[in-house]
Design a protein. Sequence first.
Lengths: 424, 232
Amino acid sequence: MIPHESAVGRAFKRDPEQAPTEDVRERVLELEAQGEWIVHRVPDDVVLLDTKYGRKKKIPLRHTWHHKSCGQCGHIPGYSTSIFWLHRKLGLDYDDPRDQTSCTAWNYYASATSNSAAQAAVAVRNFAAAYQTGYYPIIHCGTSYGHYKEVREELLRHPELRKEVREIMAKLGKPLVMPEEIVHYSEWVYAIRNELAVRKVLDLSTITVTVHPACHYYKLVQEDAIYDPDIYGGQRTAVVTGVATALGAKVADYSTWFDCCGFGFRHILVQRDFSRSFAVQRKINVMREEANPDVTLTHDTGCVTTLDKSQFAAKAHEQFAGKPDVPVMSEAQFAALALGAHPYRVAQLHWHAADYRPLLEKMGIDWQARWAEFEADLERLRRGEVQYLTWDEVDAGPGPAPVLKPFETARGVAVVVAEEGRKA
Amino acid sequence: MATTVEALAPYAAVPLEEKERLLAQVQADPRYTDYLFGCYECGICVAACPSARFYDFSPRVIAQALAREDVELAYKQMNEDVWECSQCFSCLRCPRGNNPGGLILIMREVAVNNGLRSAREALEGYSRIIYKIMSTGTQVSPDMIRPDAFPDWGPTAAATADNLTLWRRAMPPETMHTTTASWEVAESTLEELYVIWHLTGVLDMIKAIDQGLHMILVDVMEETLEERGYSL
């Protein structure tokens, strides 16, 4: 258990019956019964996790449709690649679709050049696309995840919005579909954390981690986020912290954990003086002074971007000059590295701005040798010997022997992910 | 910090009817009653707010102005304050259940729909982002990382720009070898997105704040939409 001052003296009893909010998933099913829409059921193999008020949430393990993130794929490509690599490492099948748009919420929160109907239509178009493949949607971006939950609430509350969106879908030749659960990838990583732990090939016991919980993951429609009484006394979301500790790293606390990263949506693109100032003064510097981390982990697109990219310009300020960078990455990248993923072919750390090399050295990764390998890849690409780096060249197989401990599942199915990994 | 009288002075010449018209549009949004339940004036939202630390901005004052139907102050906020919000939704800590960030989103929408000068100014330099998301279906693309656009991101921005095509080929996911979009979006998917923008009036919103951008987007989408029977 990770103690925290906020947990001391409080008896936080999670009781679904006493939850201050309704369980909207029940209303989703009611509307299906009334013929309003189709509910895309979570596949059979799931892990049950507790949400903030103790309700159970089904997290699908396999057969997932990956709703990619524009910021991750565009600017932090090792983030998405690591999520896929972990699936391949564990032998869990997935779909990486082309029939997917961004949720467009980054633009909406930045500029408001959209509206409820358009945002809902974009969301359910993607949901319908997933439904038509048979794969279940799992969402990479925290903002997409939070926004889609907002959209779900708006559609539930406002019949006229459902009608408008249903008519748009009809014009597109698509059904109106709502997933049974809206799932973030970090919930999936958390669900498989013990499977990751048995496959790790690096000793992370000397690595100190700080965690930045992503605002749009746990502040927007907060009752859907994953909590665990053994992590921060159930006072904060468990997802990233639970993964870091399962992998054997030490998680250190800092006082401004609740603060956002400074992304700002509009600000990160056209008013970055705010983003930089906030990220460095309220997050990075506080972490450095209070926790001295080797790395900070987070689970959303904007957070990795802002915390990572904001550190360079701050070096010009006398307050921060000469202070070491704090490397920033997603817990998916960190987990992939721990399981032996290549830091450049998979984690794609050359796209990151803060100096990650001291971290790799401390983790026992020879970054110079790995970079030489990657440069050799680039040379083959330059010469036209290969068109692309392929999965065949970076997949590492299922890893060490499986742990024969079944997951708790929603339908009583004993799923042993490790065995699936061995089949891969 | 300006007094309220000083803060409202720039808008004194705007007719009261115009201010009331815009506030009525905010109040008419179906989400409005989901987002506002009064205000205890406790300031928890301000304590949690990142923008309040760096700007003359307060989510509490936003909620109060709307709860009191303060036409003058709400008009000033729609013209200034709303663009400072970070949209992180830390203000959802409100013990009253208010959603100041959500209210601000509604106020921004009204500002855009009515082509307020403040909206046009706030979104200056942002047009390329709107163009990217509306035309490609992805908000940001790898080729947007250029050292002149992101000098504060350090040498990584230059290295990324210099090696962009090669680095994009050096990643295993088959959908991510793109440079002008974050991933490869199917043509049929883009067509469906264009239909959504058209049917929901988003193209009209763009016209209200940036006619040049609207013309470019129409140019991109016109053929696709006409093939589907929609006239722009």
